[in-house]
Design a binder for this molecule. Structure first.
Ligand code: NI
Length: 180
């Protein structure tokens, strides 16, 4: 498996509208495994394929404290939604920035697994937040889009200053050496 580079806001590739997955093959399985590995390594509780510069509708989430409850949702669609909640969100593509965003408290989604089987999933609370956040990525949206223009400008300038629009590259070798 391999760690994938994560695009950093305001990289224009984060604005791409993702396409439905049609081929449920070995390459997809490997890609999803790499996505999950990258999410856990970062570490994060959610990752959308858009963030690793892949144009397919795929998200990974794991909001469990132990990091042992991976959810993979391919071609996810929200088919029910109600209530509201506000949570302080962050994003692997906008490191160090956190802000409150209002989302639905409960959602029901319909998605496919890596073999193409369709299933429904109910989500409340943080899991619902996370799934809505990741589906936004597939639609070219990021959580700072919900903030005021002034705050968005500040975040954009900060990210360009700190990251220069370079994608985040996780160097597995360097990490392995530093942990010796
Ligand atoms: Ni995100």
């Amino acid at each position: 498996m391999a760690l994938l580079d994560i695009l950093v806001y305001p990289d224009p590739r984060l604005r791409r509208l993702a396409d439905n997955v049609v081929d449920f093959n070995d390459e997809l399985q490997l890609f999803v495994a790499n996505m999950a590995e990258t999410m856990y390594f970062a570490p994060g509780i959610g990752l959308a394929a858009t963030q690793v510069n892949d144009p397919r509708r795929i998200i990974c989430v794991d909001v469990s404290p132990e990091g042992n409850d991976l959810g993979v949702y391919i071609n996810p669609e929200i088919i029910e939604k109600d209530g509201s909640q506000t949570y302080e969100e962050g994003c692997l593509s906008i490191p160090g920035v956190f802000a409150e965003v209002e989302r639905f408290e409960h959602i029901k989604i319909r998605a496919q697994d890596t073999t193409g089987n369709s299933f429904d999933k109910e989500a409340h609370g943080l899991l619902a937040v996370c799934i809505q956040h990741e589906i936004d990525h597939l639609d070219g949206k990021v959580f700072v889009d919900y903030l005021s223009r002034l705050k968005q400008d500040r975040v954009r300038k900060r990210m360009i200053k700190e990251h220069g629009m370079e994608a985040i590259h996780y160097d597995e070798k360097a990490v392995a050496e530093s942990s010796l």
